[in-house]
Design a binder for this molecule. Structure first.
Ligand code: NI
Length: 186
């Protein structure tokens, strides 16, 4: 089922998400399938549960549409329940980011180049994995959503100032998207 995506300005995007207690595995399996369907429908490469109004620590990423720019992402996708960083490198790198909750906006964002994450996979196994390059970038962007943080928060002060008007319009729902969106007001 394709779910509507909450836009910048919605309270749920600023609320730290709760860990799931893994008690309802059928619900989790269906919800992750819905998140993947919603992400693909919107042509996104990542989605976090708060973006569809569910304040839980669940995220999905899929790099298969990005292989023109990042060939190493061929076949790369992850679905993570309760992810936590176990390592973030001091070495950083910069990539251009965007977000389905902040349509038609991008910014260069600097973040750690390599990360390790411990999470529960869709088979309900706890795993720890290391990621670097754009895969690490996608996961860090979605992990931020679970803490109520948006990529624009990390943009340079000048870039943030330039985006103020656009962000205001998005929070009012004044934005054109090919996918269904929601704000707190409508
Ligand atoms: Ni996002």
């Amino acid at each position: 089922m394709i779910l509507p995506i909450y836009l910048y300005g919605s309270q749920v995007l600023r609320t730290p998400a709760q860990e799931d207690d893994l008690s309802d595995k059928a619900w989790l399996t269906q919800f992750i399938a819905d998140m993947i369907e919603t992400m693909h429908h919107a042509d996104g490469c990542g989605l976090a549960a708060p973006q569809v109004g569910v304040s839980k620590r669940i995220l999905v990423v899929d790099g298969n549409d990005l292989t023109d720019r990042y060939p190493e992402l061929k076949g790369f996708h992850r679905e993570m329940i309760n992810p936590r960083f176990t390592f973030e490198s001091e070495k950083t790198c910069s990539y251009e980011e965007g977000c389905l909750s902040i349509p038609n906006i991008d910014a260069d964002i600097t973040r750690p180049e390599t990360i390790r994450v411990r999470y529960v996979n869709p088979a309900f196994e706890e795993v720890e994995e290391e990621f670097s390059g754009f895969a690490a970038r996608m996961i860090q962007h979605e992990m931020d959503h679970l803490d109520g943080v948006l990529f624009t928060d990390h943009a340079s002060p000048i870039r943030r100032k330039m985006l103020t008007g656009k962000l205001m319009n998005i929070s009012r729902g004044n934005v054109r998207t090919r996918y269904r969106v929601k704000t707190d007001k409508k």
